[in-house]
Design a protein around this ligand. Structure first.
Ligand code: ADP
Ligand code: MG
Length: 394
């Protein structure tokens, strides 16, 4: 385990002791994640390629003799408490609903839990698109798994987190975030087939590069309505192409050849959306091949192509994302740069030579500020391990 995690665990332990006047029995964590490739492919049942990052939510816990759960968030500076047999969402401490949902879903799945005191101590920026929510879910699930001696398969644990977010919190997200947070591996990216949940840990040599996330500080206002619009357009494109690809259930099933032969039957908007998704899936497959042979330059080119297609064909970019990606690509030592997540704001992700990371931040910050009047925030990351248990004491 690296020194940074040891230090973080020590701090979280001390915070737990302060709040609950007893030491924790277990310290676990779940990392945030960033998507390196695979833009809007998830709900088209295609491929994604995220990495777990070295920003994580720590969860410390201690069993109680009763059936009460008390959760303290260091970041929110608040407590939320409830009884295991009656878990409802907390309208005052909304932040606690992610943990509540995980606990409810674990109980519903038949896992036996008892009462516990839990402390959350997060380093994943909240609401920036690095999935602090999945980090909380995986941290809590790992903590409880260890505290109550449960054996839960990795994929199962990710699904519990997704279910908590979908059904308890009420946010309709795919499986990528929880999957990356649970199954990520240091020095690897996670290739995931969103239909079958088959995955592969693909080596991502990190000795000489860093993953730099740049927050445009533009909040994603349009995202809900535009997102639903795009989803609908993808479904319509599949319907229109079905006569030419009979087995197709989703855009994932349409080959580039089938698309090219029949592209003219699609109205312009549907044609652009379908073209983006079909070739984005191809890029993720190609990226997996390139990573297998350690070709990070080629990988960076795919990141650039992904962004350009998201902008021109899927039309989910915005002035701020363009300013940030444009500035990033002008810095020497940048292998590739693209929007992260769904677009319309949020963060970009760039692959940057390690020695150029400081220069990158200086130059991109200056240019972005000049164009938008806003100072961006950077997170310099590496491909890190997925959720783990760090310390167990009886
Ligand atoms: P993102 O996942 O992109 O960071 P979300 O809105 O999906 O943004 O999830 C953020 C929510 O996750 C927060 O509003 C809060 O409810 C929960 N959360 C994240 N970090 C913490 C933390 N350290 N303590 C408690 N809750 C947290
Ligand atoms: Mg989230």
């Amino acid at each position: 385990m690296d020194d940074r995690l040891i230090t973080r665990a020590r701090n979280t332990r001390a915070r737990f002791q302060q709040v609950f006047s007893n030491p924790p029995q277990v310290v676990a964590y779940g990392p945030g994640r960033v998507d390196l490739l695979g833009s809007h492919t998830d709900y088209n049942e295609g491929f994604v390629l995220p990495v777990a990052i070295d920003l994580e939510v720590m969860a410390a816990g201690r069993k109680r003799k009763d059936r009460r759960i008390r959760i303290w968030s260091h970041n929110f500076g608040k407590l939320s408490a409830f009884i295991l047999d009656n878990i409802e969402s907390d309208t005052k401490a909304k932040w606690s609903n992610y943990a509540r949902g995980v606990i409810k879903c674990m109980l519903d799945a038949g896992y036996e839990l008892g009462g516990a005191d839990v402390l959350l101590d997060g380093a994943v920026p909240i609401g920036s698109g690095l999935s602090s929510s999945a980090a909380v879910e995986m941290a809590v699930a790992m903590l409880l798994q260890s505290l109550f001696d449960l054996e839960i398969a990795d994929t199962e644990l990710a699904l519990v987190g997704q279910k908590a977010e979908n059904q308890f919190v009420g946010i309709n997200t795919g499986i990528m975030d929880q999957f990356a947070s649970r199954l990520g591996k240091s020095g690897h990216a996670v290739f995931l087939d969103c239909r079958s949940l088959e995955f592969e840990l693909v080596p991502m040599p990190m000795e000489h590069v860093r993953i730099v996330v740049a927050d445009t500080m533009k909040r994603r206002g349009l995202v809900d309505s535009e997102y639903n619009l795009r989803r609908g357009q993808c479904e319509q494109a599949v319907e229109a192409l079905k006569p030419y690809a009979r087995e197709a259930r989703a855009l994932r099933d349409i080959t580039p050849e089938q698309f090219e032969e029949n592209r003219n039957i699609l109205p312009k908007a549907l044609r652009k959306r379908a073209e983006h998704v079909i070739y984005e899936n191809e890029r993720v497959l190609k990226a997996r091949e390139l990573l297998r042979i350690g070709d990070l330059d080629g990988f960076g080119n795919l990141m650039n192509a992904s962004h350009d297609s998201s902008r021109d064909l899927y039309e989910v970019s915005c002035i701020e994302l363009e300013a940030m990606v444009g500035a990033a690509r002008r810095v020497p030592g940048v292998l590739g740069s693209r929007m992260a997540g769904a677009g319309f704001g949020g963060c970009t992700v760039s692959l940057v030579e390690k020695d150029m990371v400081e220069e990158f931040q200086r130059l991109v910050s200056a240019e972005y500020y000049e164009k938008t009047g806003v100072k961006p925030i950077f997170y310099v990351c590496t491909a890190a391990d997925g959720a783990s248990v760090l310390e167990v004491r009886s």
